[in-house]
Ligand binder design. Structure first.
Ligand code: TRP
Length: 345
């Protein structure tokens, strides 16, 4: 696979550990690309990066659909590799294959209260979204402790996440402080959330979030026809009825996407001014957006298709990454167990 030039010129400058992960419940899309994948491709040059396929966490609300989770582990891994996450620089691993993560979770559960878990804003919101109000699976309610295990097992200092995950980072740091204070050791490391500057990408329909469940995504593996069809339906300015009318940019998804993906900023600014003055039809804007997205996604799709033919290679990457990650997690778990007096032999 071609390497970006930066690999050659950028020396590792810091041993900072960075860890992030995704629940493998569906293929990744442009929202993930802007919100996290693009960053990971950069971070891997300067940090010691771990990227986790959070299949165990995905099961906390998918025990009735285990096939979906199993299938998407490979799909998401293909997305990672296709966008340029390099397994020689980034340790990509599967959560469920590291039993130490479950072990740490079991101990951390005694350092959080049910009331605190119930107050976690992200968990609270997800409980409503999933209709769990009357019957919350215990594993779901307690997944913040598992996420704390994911992060602390690797002594991650930086965790790039969307804004919705900030409560997870706060709860992780509470566990870290409580552990270190109670057992009088500095074993666990506090972490910082790294929230991307360009916030969330809206869906093609104009809704605030691009999300599989809303059906408003453009997937990284989308075909050329799928991209064209999605662009055709992209939400623009509902008041821009005739070409000569002045158009608005606020909430105009075509321009929001162009801002995110079109590198020719000067001519984009010209186009925006023309649109606002009036006299520029949506079809011209969409034609440009289609061209930009086709150019962005064509090489990703090609690499994805190539890799998909060699599942053996993908599984090998995951296996090696998981083995490397497990060694790190096992070292931390040994330290944690020793601090808890669970070291008998
Ligand atoms: N909860 C994250 C999500 O919904 C996934 C995740 C699991 C994660 N463990 C993590 C993210 C550890 C960062 C660090 O996408």
């Amino acid at each position: 696979m071609d390497q970006p030039a930066a690999v050659i010129t950028t020396a590792p400058t810091s041993p900072t550990v960075i860890l992030t992960g995704d629940r493998p419940t569906g293929p990744l899309h442009l929202g993930h690309y802007v919100g996290s994948l693009r960053g990971r491709v950069q971070y891997q040059h300067d940090y010691k990066q771990f990227v986790m396929l959070a299949d165990s966490q995905a099961l906390t609300d998918n025990m009735d659909d285990i096939d979906k989770v199993h299938r998407n582990v490979v799909e998401v891994a293909l997305d990672y590799l296709a966008v340029g996450i390099d397994p020689a620089k980034t340790t990509i691993f599967i959560q469920s294959q590291i039993p130490e993560l479950a072990e740490l979770t079991f101990y951390y559960l005694n350092l959080v209260t049910v009331a605190r878990l119930e107050r976690n804003p992200t968990v609270k919101q997800e409980i409503v979204l999933r209709g769990f109000e009357r019957d919350i699976p215990a594993g779901f309610l307690t997944y913040p402790a598992s996420q704390a295990a994911d992060i602390t097992a690797f002594k991650a200092q930086v965790v790039p996440v969307g804004e919705d995950q900030i409560p997870m980072i706060e709860q992780t740091n509470e566990i870290v402080r409580r552990f270190n204070r109670t057992y009088n050791q500095e074993i666990l490391v506090e972490c910082k959330a790294l929230v991307p500057e360009i916030g969330r990408l809206p869906g093609t329909d104009g809704k605030a979030k691009m999300s599989k469940s809303l059906g408003n995504t453009i997937n990284l593996g989308a075909s050329s026809d799928e991209i064209r069809a999605a662009v055709k339906k992209v939400y623009t300015d509902p008041l821009h009825l005739r070409v000569e009318d002045p158009g608005h940019l606020e909430g105009n998804v075509a321009f929001i996407y162009l801002d995110a993906f079109d590198n020719d900023k000067a001519s984009l600014e010209e186009m925006k001014a023309h649109y606002q003055r009036g006299g520029l039809g949506d079809s011209i804007v969409k034609k440009r957006l289609d061209a930009v997205l086709q150019e962005l996604l064509a090489p990703i799709r090609a690499r994805r298709e190539e890799l998909a033919k060699d599942k053996g290679y993908v599984m090998q990457v995951l296996k090696e990454g998981t083995m490397r990650a497990r060694e790190v997690a096992a070292r931390t778990t040994d330290e944690v167990k020793a601090a808890l007096g669970l070291n008998y032999f």
